[in-house]
Design a protein. Structure first.
Length: 129
């Protein structure tokens, strides 16, 4: 019985430690080509997904997000109307190491104006449709 209680306590501690290490990265969310996604915050570019997969982002949970996490609506700047590629503004919650999102737990979409007015982010030029 003591081993079971010890295991439960250790499992709870590990879960708590993981939750405490979750980071929120906010900035420009880019999808320029198929399956290539990243977020540029005030610190760095963070790969969320790469076409063909990469060792760090291929199974990080990004593609497990609900469909509505990807619907930026009018707050998405399209590179062209055919494929919907472009960029928007948002926040990604997860674990980030060396330029990669090693786990993604959530993505919140924000109005473009939020990133446009953030002095810590590089300014974007609007791409024509």
């Amino acid at each position: 019985m003591g081993k079971i209680i010890c295991f439960i306590v250790l499992a709870m501690a590990a879960t708590s430690a993981v939750a405490q290490n979750t980071e929120r990265r906010c900035g420009w969310v880019d999808n320029p080509t198929p399956a290539n996604w990243w977020i540029l915050d005030r610190h760095d570019d963070w790969e969320l997904s790469r076409q063909g997969g990469s060792s760090m982002s291929s199974s990080n949970g990004f593609w497990d997000l609900p469909d509505d996490a990807f619907h930026f609506g009018d707050d998405w700047v399209h590179f062209n109307d055919f494929n919907g590629y472009g960029y928007g503004c948002g926040c990604v919650d997860g674990h980030f190491v060396d330029g990669f999102a090693v786990s993604v737990e959530a993505m919140e979409l924000l109005p473009l104006a939020r990133c446009e007015m953030d002095p810590a982010l590089p300014q974007r030029e609007m791409e024509p449709d």
